[in-house]
Design a protein around this ligand. Structure first.
Ligand code: ZN
Length: 112
């Protein structure tokens, strides 16, 4: 199997399966993290609670990205940029299976 171009014509079933497995794993990881953070907040004092709150916000955002990606997989839009509909390179999805945008649109989104 060779991917000679930077943009794939379509995701192969085995690639999609692999990315799906990664997303499911990340979802479980984030859910576990959120449960642990909820315990930290109630067990330790106020200072820990502030840190736990900040981490909780980040973990929730990450979980949201993963759930959105899983939703796109079910809906059929997975692997395409949500902003410009360009196909995302497999290399990008392998590093970041929950990626919603191509590099150009992500840069644009990060500015706002
Ligand atoms: Zn784009």
């Amino acid at each position: 199997m060779s991917v000679s171009t930077s943009v794939v014509s379509d995701l192969a079933a085995d690639q999609l399966g692999e990315l799906h497995a990664q997303l499911v794993e990340q979802k479980a990881f984030r859910e576990r993290q959120l449960r642990q953070l909820a315990r930290v907040g109630s067990q330790y004092g106020e200072r820990h609670e502030e840190i736990a709150d900040a981490l909780t916000v980040a973990a929730r955002a990450a979980l949201g990205d993963v759930e959105d990606a899983l939703a796109r997989m079910r809906a059929g839009g997975y692997g395409r940029c949500v902003a410009c509909a360009a196909r995302l390179p497999v290399a990008r999805l392998e590093v970041l299976p929950q990626a919603a945008r191509c590099m150009a649109c992500q840069r644009e989104a990060d500015l706002h």
